[in-house]
Design a protein around this ligand. Structure first.
Ligand SMILES: [Zn+2]
Ligand SMILES: [Zn+2]
Length: 81
């Protein structure tokens, strides 16, 4: 089941050639994006859900790229770089 926390809003076409596109708008802030996966990822910033744990310490991250950035910054030596 999908958690309601977003709405589909039509995006005003800036270029006539592309026709109409849709943007997913976050209900909690001004964030919007075209892909549901991106919005789900963004919604975690509101729900506080952090599914990605650092392999080297006890920190949790809501975004896998944030975890990667953290590991690169703090655990570069442990990662063998
Ligand atoms: Zn938001
Ligand atoms: Zn860590």
């Amino acid at each position: 089941m999908l958690t309601k926390g977003w709405a589909v809003v039509p995006l005003a076409p800036r270029r006539p050639s592309r026709g109409s596109r849709q943007l997913l708008q976050c209900e909690h802030c001004d964030y919007s994006c075209p892909r549901p996966a991106d919005l789900r990822k963004h919604l975690r910033t509101h729900t506080g859900e952090r599914p990605y744990k650092c392999h080297h310490c006890d920190r949790w991250f809501g975004d896998i790229s944030n975890r990667r950035a953290h590991m690169r910054k703090w655990h570069a030596s442990e990662m063998g770089q």
